[in-house]
Design a protein around this ligand. Structure first.
Ligand SMILES: [Zn+2]
Length: 381
């Protein structure tokens, strides 16, 4: 940190430390955060310190990733419908680190700014999303979150639209500290990091769903395909559920469930029947799906592109966890055509590029589900 920053924020490292440690813990839980998704913030002396766009929370305790944004200015810009901060965040940012390391504040900065609570955590909880993609989400959640100060927000795009909706909803009940975002995720707020983590644990406990067990993959057929194509077999058996589980395939055929799915994995879901001749598969793989990170072989399993990135694997793993938690008779609400088009243009593309440029320095492959505090095994007890 530069001398200027030290003068401006003399105790900032110790003040941010609980948020840094909480962010790292959340980032290591693939059932809550995938790749660079999710964001955390704390308000300190009129400054909103928020996770930088594209950074992986799992790296919070080994990389600088919190950007200071003047809180009043962020709120004012939202009210005036002007964009945040290329100038303001950079100005603040330059005060804390060399220009070569400048970072942009999260796309959800406005949302964090309008919530009155000191600490705000936004996660892509697979349990919350499995409820939040249902047409009857609000009623189902009301049963499970009864007694908590929570509110439901139907899908709105990230950034300014979500922040405006959040502001409207929060103004109706200022003590709301749990927001479930339709087709998106979860926001938990509180006076300090400990309170937020405890509340998040309680919400997760109430929303926990035991994932369906999928039939085992047909590895012999997949190995045949791997021999004649650029596709490879995943190291993690869990990914095959998208191909072997009929309910999962039907849900994916219906469209996109949430923005990260469209941004990182594309749409529609790439599927080939397992019954077509191998020679046809080879031709199909060479053309239609060559640019996709994964391929579903119906009834058999999933293949991965040799070029798949860590971010894509993390998001794909999260998708498996979500889809396996949606029951066969659940009334699913997919994103509309216009909503998907909005997601994959502009900010969505920048978000994806940023996530891949910042791929986690974590040595462990994101293909593996490990060290999860709220893992399926635990939930099934
Ligand atoms: Zn999000």
């Amino acid at each position: 940190m530069s001398g200027t920053a030290a003068a401006r924020f003399p105790d900032i490292r110790s003040a941010l430390d609980p948020l840094v440690r909480l962010s790292a813990r959340l980032g290591h839980d693939p059932l809550l955060v995938q790749a660079s998704s999710g964001n955390t913030s704390i308000k300190l002396d009129g400054v909103l310190w928020i996770k930088a766009s594209g950074k992986w929370m799992a790296d919070a305790d080994r990389q600088e990733m919190f950007v200071p944004v003047p809180l009043a200015e962020a709120r004012e810009r939202l009210a005036r419908h002007t964009d945040l901060a290329a100038d303001s965040t950079r100005a603040a940012d330059h005060a804390t680190r060399p220009a070569a390391q400048t970072m942009s504040a999260s796309i959800e900065t406005f949302m964090h700014a309008v919530v009155p609570h000191r600490v705000v955590v936004h996660v892509h909880s697979v349990n919350a999303i499995a409820w939040a993609v249902r047409q009857d989400a609000e009623a189902e959640l009301a049963e499970r979150l009864s007694g908590l100060r929570w509110q439901w927000i139907p899908y709105v795009p990230s950034g300014r639209p979500l922040a405006s909706e959040m502001e409207k909803v929060a103004s109706r009940r200022a003590d709301t500290d749990v927001f479930v975002l339709g087709n998106h995720g979860l926001v938990i707020c509180g006076p300090d990091c400990n309170a937020v983590e405890v509340l998040l644990g309680e919400v997760e406990r109430r929303l926990a769903i035991v994932p369906r067990r999928a039939p085992v993959a047909r590895k012999a057929l997949l190995e045949q395909l791997a021999c004649i194509s650029p596709w490879r077999i995943p190291q993690t058996d869990a990914l095959h559920a998208l191909g072997t589980d009929a309910t999962s395939r039907r849900i994916l055929r219906g469209g996109v469930l949430y923005p990260c799915q469209a941004i990182f994995l594309g749409h529609p879901a790439p599927m080939i029947p397992c019954s077509i001749p191998v020679s046809d598969v080879r031709d199909g793989i060479g053309g239609q799906y060559a640019h996709r990170p994964f391929l579903i072989v119906e009834g058999s399993g999933v293949m991965l592109s040799q070029k798949i990135t860590r971010a894509e694997i993390a998001v794909l793993s999260g998708l498996v966890e979500v889809v396996q938690r949606i029951g066969p008779s659940a009334p699913v609400r997919h994103l509309t055509h216009n909503e998907v088009a909005g997601v994959v243009s502009g900010d969505g593309v920048r978000y994806r590029t940023s996530a891949e440029n910042n791929e986690s320095a974590n040595g462990a492959s994101r293909e593996c589900f490990q060290s999860s505090r709220w893992n399926g095994e635990e939930l099934s007890r």
